[in-house]
Every structure is written in structure tokens, then in C-alpha cells.
Design a binder for this molecule. Structure first.
Ligand SMILES: [Zn+2]
Length: 471
């Protein structure tokens, strides 16, 4: 087995940083040596990566992606191949994607269909959550089976999208009761979809069809309300672990913080788009431009305190994780489906490539610490979703490693750094202080010298255990 030594870097974990050398044997981390120790012990390696002046951090883990997702009459534009290569370019070494059961479909068949899309096509490791779009006796039984046999230990429910994914309160309660028996995590898209559909119909009837009405018809109150309701249902179901996805609103954050103070197992993630982008600066761009930023939950106004509060939530651990909700659609032929009707614009933003970069900018800006960057983008996602061999650089762990160069810069944009299969970038023109230098997936270098050196099919399916955040 080939041995690699990453020498002289600053090894950063969720709890601190130290200068040292990381020895990789085959696919796993073998040891971390203090400076000079490897030399005095006569440690040899087939390959030495000089990380002097750089940060050596666990590879990014993005627990919220939608490769090839069918949505609104089209498919998310990244395949598992293009999406995982773009992820690698961004220092991400594991994704957890969502297998989708829609109302009326069979859970086992949907999971099998997602395995078929991903198997042999991924450049980095991957796992699956299961979306339960139809809670009934069959799907409840399937939930138990997936936890026990398939390495799928988290289930996403929707309080939005009536007729597609929507679960009513009784169905949510039943799924939560099931999860409280198996120890699974319930993930929730918390927006009041019934009320939103009324607001959407009223807006369209008034002739309000531009992309930004997408945000105005999904007010923050309806994210806060749904978050509150999900928390109460989780409490009634026996304090089942509940994870609120893609949080964008102060109102929702307050509900999560209050539940945590009351001792509940409630967690939440946010995404870079909610930390950096807004209704006014992006979604309200003239004409149809704003369609690029139509996603749900929506971008919020910069004139309230959402952005400030979400950064605060990240510092306070009210927000435990940053994911991307990567769900890319091109403007041409895809977003354009919603010309003249914002409600027909496929919902989603592509970002799997840029999360590590954008959140590192939060370190430079003084919003979070270097350690918190590692914790929210890698260590906690691994623990939250039972990726037992990922999320930390320690002996025995998978050698998924990002070497980050804080002295270089990254320019994001379709003619700059951009490897996602999209005809635009949601972050066009952003410049980041810092740069992905080298990326290793289970000991194999997949990105170096501004070149993708990995291979499609290297990525393996990871069976996940129960969340270790609680056990
Ligand atoms: Zn999503």
C-alpha cells in the first residue's frame, strides 16, 4: 500500500490546530507526527506533499446535495459524475445525496434508482438520505428496513410542496414515531406549503410573475411557523432527533435556539446562499436574471437581520452544519421554464464546489474561527449523520484531506473557477481569500496543481450508522 506524508502543514481540527506531519498508509490516516518526529523515526513514504504554510483539514462533507434530481419537469443539471468532480474541486470528499420517494412511489424502488444513478459514477464517496414523500404503512416499514440494512439513517420530510412531497402533521408524527423507535434522524423542509400555495396563486392572479415574487410569497413567518410546528411534533414523538434543513430566516433560528435551550434534540443547517446572497442584490435583478437565485427556502431581504443572525447561529452552534442544498439548473431550457410565471422556475442553486471557499471567507471576515470552519463543514456533518470514518484527521480514519492555501485567492465565475454543469454561477464575481491546494480522497490525490487527477468510479457508497452526535 502506498504511503503518503503530508509534511509541515498546520493540521486543523474542530478543537484546535498543531503543526505536524500526517502519514497516510493506503486509504487511512496512520499517524500524526510532531515536527521532526517522522524524520527522527526514519518514517518513509512513497510520496511527500509539502504543506508548509498551508492548512491541512479534513475533507469537506456536504450532507445536502441533489444530483440529477427530477424537479419541475426537468432534472438538476449535475450528474453524480459532474457533481462529484465539482465537489472534489471544492475540497469536498463526501456528499450525502437524497434518494427521492414521491407520493405514491415505493421507497425501496426509489433508493435502488438512486443507487443506479450513482454507482460507478462518483469521484468521491457518497451516502444517501431517503426522502419520504408519502407516509403510509409501506413507507414506515421501509424506513425501519433502511436503518437496519441499507445504511440510510436519516429521512427527509416536507411541510412544503403539496401534492409532490408534502406530509401533513399526522403523517409527520407517524414518521417521527417510527424514527424514535429506530434512532433515525428526521430532516425537515420547514415551510408552511399550504399557506405558501395560497400566496403564490394570489400573486400570479395579480400579474406578479417576476422571479423575486418567489421570495415574497414564502415569507419568513411561514418558515418560523413550520419550524415551530416540527419541533412540537418531534417533542410529542418522544424528543426524536430533528434536523431543520436549509434554514434562511431569523424566525426559524429563534425557534431552534429556544428548543435547544429547553433540552430538545433539535439541530439545523444553513447554506452559503443564505449567508451571502439576498432578495435585493440577487433575486431582484432586472428581468428574468433573478431566476438564477430561485431556491427554497428563498433568499431573504437584507433589510432584516437574517444574515447577521445566521452567522451568529453558526458561532453559537444553534446552526451545527453548513451544507449547500446543491440543486443546479441552467438558465437555458431549465430556469426558463418559469418565464412569465415564477412558480414554474425550478427551485435550486448550485454550490457544491464553493462551500469550503465561501465559509473560509467567513473565517477571514472574522465571523467564525478556523476550527469552526472545520467543525461546521466536516466534523459535525460526519457525526450528525453517522459517517464514522470521516470528518477528522486521526489514526484509523479515512484519509480524506484538504490542503488549503491561505495565501492564494480564488475567483469564482463561469470563466474563472467553475466546474459544475451550469451555464451560470450563483456566486459570479466572488473573490475568496484562500484556495483549494490539494485534495485527497481515501489517500488518493484527486485534485492538485489546478488539475483534477481523480477518477470516476473511485467514489464508494458509504453505509451510515446512527447519528453519533447524540449517542
Ligand atoms: Zn434540498
Amino acid at each position: 500500500m502506498a504511503r503518503t506524508l503530508i509534511s509541515g502543514g498546520t493540521v486543523v481540527s474542530a478543537t484546535g490546530r498543531t503543526t505536524g506531519d500526517v502519514l497516510i498508509d493506503g486509504e487511512t490516516v496512520a499517524a500524526i507526527f510532531a515536527p521532526g518526529q517522522a524524520e527522527s523515526l526514519g518514517v518513509t513514504a512513497d510520496r511527500v506533499i509539502d504543506a508548509t504554510g498551508k492548512y491541512v483539514v479534513p475533507g469537506g462533507i456536504d450532507v445536502h446535495t441533489h444530483m440529477e434530481l427530477p424537479f419541475g419537469g426537468t432534472n438538476a443539471s449535475d450528474t453524480f459524475e459532474t457533481g462529484t468532480i465539482a465537489a472534489a474541486w471544492g475540497g469536498v470528499t463526501t456528499i450525502v445525496d437524497f434518494a427521492v420517494q414521491k407520493t405514491g412511489e415505493n421507497v425501496h424502488e426509489s433508493l435502488a434508482a438512486w443507487h443506479e444513478k450513482a454507482a460507478g459514477n462518483c469521484a468521491i464517496d457518497y451516502g444517501f438520505h431517503q426522502i419520504i414523500g408519502g407516509v403510509d404503512e409501506d413507507s414506515l416499514k421501509a424506513m425501519t428496513y433502511l436503518v437496519d440494512n441499507e445504511g440510510v439513517t436519516s429521512f427527509k420530510l416536507f411541510m412544503a410542496y403539496p401534492g409532490v412531497f408534502y406530509a401533513d402533521d399526522g403523517q409527520i408524527l407517524r414518521a417521527m414515531q417510527n424514527a424514535s423507535e429506530t434512532g433515525a434522524m428526521i430532516m425537515m423542509h420547514a415551510e408552511n406549503g399550504i399557506a405558501i400555495d395560497v400566496l403564490v396563486a394570489q400573486a400570479l392572479a395579480r400579474g406578479e410573475t417576476d422571479p423575486y415574487f418567489h421570495s415574497l410569497t414564502r415569507p419568513a413567518e411561514l418558515e418560523g411557523e413550520a419550524t415551530h410546528r416540527a419541533i412540537q411534533l418531534a417533542k410529542v414523538a418522544g424528543n426524536v432527533p430533528l434536523y431543520i434543513v436549509h434554514m434562511s430566516a431569523s424566525e426559524a433560528l429563534e425557534e431552534v435556539a429556544a428548543a435547544q435551550h429547553a433540552g430538545m434534540n433539535v439541530f439545523a443547517e444553513t447554506c452559503p446562499q443564505y449567508l451571502y446572497l439576498s432578495l435585493e442584490d440577487q433575486l431582484m435583478q432586472p428581468g428574468f436574471e433573478g431566476a438564477k437565485w430561485v431556491c427554497s427556502t428563498p433568499l431573504r431581504t437584507k433589510h432584516a437581520h437574517h444574515h447577521r443572525d445566521l452567522w451568529k447561529g453558526l458561532r453559537m452552534n444553534e446552526l451545527a452544519v453548513v451544507s449547500t442544498d446543491h440543486c443546479p439548473f441552467c438558465m437555458k431550457d431549465q430556469k426558463e421554464l418559469g418565464l412569465g410565471n415564477f412558480s414554474a422556475i425550478p427551485n435550486g442553486i448550485g454550490g457544491v464546489e464553493h462551500r469550503m471557499e465561501l465559509l473560509y471567507q467567513g473565517v477571514v471576515n472574522g465571523e467564525i474561527t478556523l476550527e469552526r470552519w472545520v467543525e461546521t463543514c466536516s466534523t459535525t456533518p460526519a457525526r450528525m449523520f453517522g459517517l464514522d470514518r470521516k470528518g477528522a484527521i486521526a489514526p484509523g480514519m479515512d484519509a480524506d484531506i484538504l490542503v488549503w492555501d491561505p495565501t492564494k485567492r480564488t475567483k469564482i465565475g463561469v470563466n474563472d473557477k467553475h466546474h459544475m454543469n451550469m451555464d451560470h454561477s450563483a456566486y459570479e464575481g466572488f473573490e475568496i481569500d484562500g484556495k483549494v491546494d490539494t485534495v485527497l480522497s481515501r489517500g488518493t490525490v484527486v485534485v492538485e496543481n489546478d488539475t483534477f487527477t481523480g477518477s470516476v468510479g473511485h467514489g464508494r457508497y458509504v453505509k451510515r450508522g446512527l447519528s453519533t452526535y447524540l449517542h
